[in-house]
Design a protein around this ligand. Structure first.
Ligand code: FES
Length: 139
């Protein structure tokens, strides 16, 4: 291994250590392998919300009566937003509309084992988008 390779390896290790110090294992797992990150054809409910940072999340819901049977999302936001959308769309699957509407950013943050303070708004964006979608059902 030459000096340059060693330098790159050391740098990568340092980045990995810092990333692990900032983010929980659950957040990192969602970012590395996001679930439900796609558009949905003909959703029963949909919303697009722009957060205070300027990033946008879209959420799509498939309903069976009063129950969510499928939820997907897209975002142009940061990794914590991807983790938030992935975790939230997984959580709401099978919930009643009332249960999903009662979810709070704190519920999502607890499910992710937290986010750094400067990224709490990313979880808020995901929950806001869910609530907007629930308010925006197509009859
Ligand atoms: Fe914009 Fe996370 S959603 S920084």
């Amino acid at each position: 291994m030459d000096d340059f390779d060693r330098f790159v390896n050391d740098l990568q290790r340092e980045i990995d250590e810092r990333t692990h110090a900032l983010y929980s294992d659950k957040v990192l797992a969602e970012v590395r392998n996001p679930r439900n990150m796609s558009r949905m054809d003909a959703p029963d409910a949909y919303a697009s919300v722009r957060g205070p940072c300027g990033d946008t999340m879209e959420m799509y819901l498939r309903l069976d009566g009063e129950r969510i049977i499928e939820a997907t999302f897209t975002t142009d936001g940061c990794g914590p937003t991807v983790a938030s959308g992935s975790k939230l769309t997984t959580m709401v699957r099978g919930m009643s509309l009332a249960e999903a509407d009662a979810l709070t950013p704190d519920d999502l943050l607890a499910a992710l084992d937290g986010l750094p303070a400067e990224h709490v708004h990313c979880a808020v964006l995901a929950v806001d988008t869910l609530h907007q979608a629930l308010a925006n059902q197509h009859p």
